[in-house]
Design a protein around this ligand. Structure first.
Ligand SMILES: [Zn+2]
Length: 294
């Protein structure tokens, strides 16, 4: 599943390649992948519209148009975006061969066409992802976004006060479940939760109210750090990655504990183990991350 760093990589690519270009039309090849909100119109609000900005909130993409409408998108499990302009081809998101193969292909759900011939292919094997055209003023009220916690990577806002307030509402839940809750903080997936908890030596099953404010602040900083690191490496895709140029590489190389059970802890040498917390496969060092006695 594309995690926050992959979605941010998609956002940056779309922003670089689409801002200022004007939509000529849309080809919907799978009806459930393209939704038009009540009152919105493809002819009036999308066709002829120029892209003014591409933003992101958590893992939700916001392609903003000069008509006052926004194309909201979620990649879900297997979504990816490929842009073809007159002089380049670029793609990111779910890493499969559609990133580099001939398009459209069987996974292409929506094609956005621009008046200069540029095309955006929204490919999605599993069809859980979606694009939705809606008024910009309605975006913040989508239930998914209305309840969403602070952005860990937004340089303009310190996420800590909001994070502290929100995580306090989950005092009795495990710290890992709280970290994965998008209403506590936006966009932290399983990999980042495990890495951040290991970095600050917290057992993932520790109840939130057993953790002091200083430690919680360290935890947020650790999550931010590991997401930034992953972003600088191009993402955290949990298998071999094929980028738009066909280069392969494993971006889990930065991980200290995730999927490293059976290997020595990089800090103390104890064998890392795997357990289940918050219903998710969880990787810890049993020596560095002890559960406090109740
Ligand atoms: Zn250790």
């Amino acid at each position: 599943m594309p995690e926050l760093p992959e979605v941010e990589t998609v956002r940056r690519g779309l922003a670089r390649l689409l801002v200022g270009r004007r939509v000529a039309g849309v080809e919907v090849r799978e009806g459930k992948s393209f939704v038009v909100a009540p009152g919105a119109s493809v002819e009036r609000d999308l066709e002829g519209a120029a892209v003014t900005a591409v933003r992101r909130r958590g893992k939700v993409l916001l392609i903003e148009l000069d008509t006052g409408y926004t194309l909201v998108g979620h990649l879900k499990m297997t979504g990816q975006m490929v842009v073809r302009t007159a002089d380049e081809r670029w793609g990111a998101g779910h890493p499969n061969d559609s990133l580099i193969g001939e398009l459209p292909d069987r996974s292409t759900r929506v094609i956005l066409e621009f008046d200069d011939g540029t095309a955006v292919y929204f490919n999605d094997q599993r069809k859980f992802g979606w694009l939705q055209l809606m008024p910009a003023s309605a975006v913040a009220e989508i239930p998914l976004l209305a309840a969403m916690g602070p952005e860990p990577l937004d340089p303009a806002v310190d996420a800590w006060p909001e994070f502290r307030r929100r995580i306090a509402r989950h005092g009795r839940t495990s710290v890992k479940a709280a970290l994965l809750n998008q209403e506590v903080v936006a966009g932290i997936g399983n990999i980042y939760a495990d890495e951040a908890l290991w970095a600050v030596k917290l057992h993932p099953a520790t109840p939130v109210d057993a953790i002091g404010a200083r430690k919680l602040h360290q935890l947020l900083d650790a999550a931010r750090h590991v997401i930034s690191l992953s972003l600088s490496l191009g993402g955290s895709t949990d298998r071999n990655y094929v980028d738009a140029e066909g280069r392969r590489g494993s971006y889990l190389q930065f991980a200290n504990v995730f999927r490293r059970d059976g290997q020595p802890c990089p800090r103390c040498g104890t064998v890392l183990t795997k357990l289940r917390v918050a219903g998710r496969g969880t990787h810890i060092c049993p020596r560095c991350q002890k559960l406090p006695r109740a």
